[in-house]
Design a protein around this ligand. Structure first.
Ligand code: AMP
Ligand code: TRP
Length: 391
């Protein structure tokens, strides 16, 4: 079966080996499998659940996109775009927020971790973040969502929301419940300093992670300083149960060398850590640097990637029968008005008229240089600027 893949990464800087092994490496493999349609989104709306400096955020969007490209995501094969450029993510999030139950969101462990002790002071955005994530996925009718282990609960929630929507509106299969794609092994890469905590962008210690932008000598230094213990490397995986740091390092080695944990254990059994760490540091240097610099420097053409990818994104959302938002709205509205036949793919009169009025208003009162138009052959309407670009 052809898969429709969707996944997202927050542009919060410092992408690390955990992101690479848990998610991005998988994105590339899926993109390269025949027949898959992949959408990879830089989820900037998710990033603003924490306070952001707009200039740094903008830079991080470029950096994350550069990391995607340098890791092998090809903008000709996959759709790459940033979330806030497609308003349907926010719109869908509101509608699905009316389906999700408080009790479901109350169970989300990531919210509990991120909100800390004083939940009353956490933003509402942080609380409803998994609903936005659900909208991201359902908008594109994604069949499969590659993520790291930490996102499993959010994906279960998105399945629950899709199923409840279908049940509430008696519309079987209207929204597609996505399948998580979580790697069986090494799906949770831990901190280099504490094998019981996951490797994370937000860890205050830079020594806890290998950043994808680190130089070779920085990586060597971090791996050398990575926590281990006084025993030699084990000769059996059963002897790893009380040694989370050693298990993590062997896991990283196995994943990057593409072999099983058992084989890695055999390779290093009884050897000392310095030899192992040297080999690990060599592998831990993902050769992104040249590509990354090429993509991140000034000539990095985010605009053109965005334009071509956005076109694909719009096409996949607004293509025949695929406009989930316009399908969602009549379903939700119909509970109040059984006689309303709803609409399929085309805005009903009132919305159309409002948009026209809005457009007139901008033209007469605002300085914004735009108008309302259709995009020619499709029945899509929207705001265009004077260069004819959809805004
Ligand atoms: P984030 O950086 O939180 O936006 O995460 C982007 C992707 O990387 C998600 O699919 C996460 O599940 C994955 N990820 C983040 N940290 C880790 C980790 N330490 N181990 C494995 N996967 C991770
Ligand atoms: N919540 C995910 C994370 O923090 C990022 C994300 C947002 C995502 N929307 C998504 C992942 C949709 C998969 C699908 O890692």
């Amino acid at each position: 079966m052809n898969k429709k893949i969707f996944s997202g990464v927050q542009p919060t800087g410092n992408l690390h080996l955990g992101n690479y092994i848990g998610a991005i490496k998988n994105f590339v493999d899926l993109q390269n499998q025949e027949g898959n349609e992949c959408v990879y989104c830089v989820v900037d709306l998710h990033a603003i659940t924490a306070k952001q400096d707009p200039i740094i955020l903008k830079n991080n969007i470029r950096e994350t996109t550069a990391t995607f490209l340098a890791s092998g995501i090809d903008s000709k094969k996959s759709i790459i775009f940033n979330q806030s450029l497609v308003p349907a993510h926010s719109e869908g999030s509101w509608i699905l927020g009316c389906i999700a139950r408080m009790g479901w969101l109350n169970r989300m462990t990531q919210f509990k971790e991120k909100a800390g002790k004083d939940k009353e002071k956490a933003s509402v955005g942080l609380y409803i973040y998994p609903v936005l994530m659900t909208a991201d996925i359902l908008l594109y009718d994604a069949t499969h969502v590659p993520v790291g282990e930490d996102q499993k609960q959010h994906l279960e929630l998105s399945r629950d929301i899709a199923q409840k929507f279908n049940l509430d509106f008696n519309a079987p299969n209207f929204l597609r419940a996505p399948e998580p794609l979580i790697q069986k092994n090494f799906s949770r890469i831990m901190s280099l300093k504490d094998g019981t905590n996951k490797m994370s962008k937000s860890d205050p210690s830079d020594l806890s992670r290998v950043n994808l932008t680190d130089h070779k000598d920085q990586i060597m230094n971090k791996i050398k300083k990575a926590k281990t213990d006084n025993d030699p490397l084990p000769d059996d995986d059963k002897n790893l149960s009380q040694r989370p740091e050693v298990e993590n390092l062997l896991g990283i080695y196995s994943s990057l060398s593409g072999q099983s944990l058992k084989n890695s254990i055999n390779e290093f059994s009884g050897k000392n850590f310095s030899e192992f760490k040297e080999k690990l540091a060599d592998l831990g240097y993902i050769d992104l640097e040249d590509d990354y610099c090429k993509h991140a420097e000034n000539s990095f053409d985010l605009e053109s990637i965005r334009n071509s990818s956005l076109k694909l994104a719009y096409d996949s959302m607004f293509g025949a029968g695929k406009n989930v938002i316009s399908r969602l709205l009549p379903e939700t509205i119909q509970i109040h008005d059984d006689d309303n036949p709803g609409f399929h793919g085309q805005a009903p009169e009132p919305i159309h008229r409002n948009l026209l009025e809005f457009s007139e208003l901008i033209k007469t009162n605002g300085n914004i240089d735009c108008g309302l138009a259709t995009d020619g052959d499709a029945d899509r309407i929207g705001l265009y600027n004077s260069r004819g670009e959809f805004i």
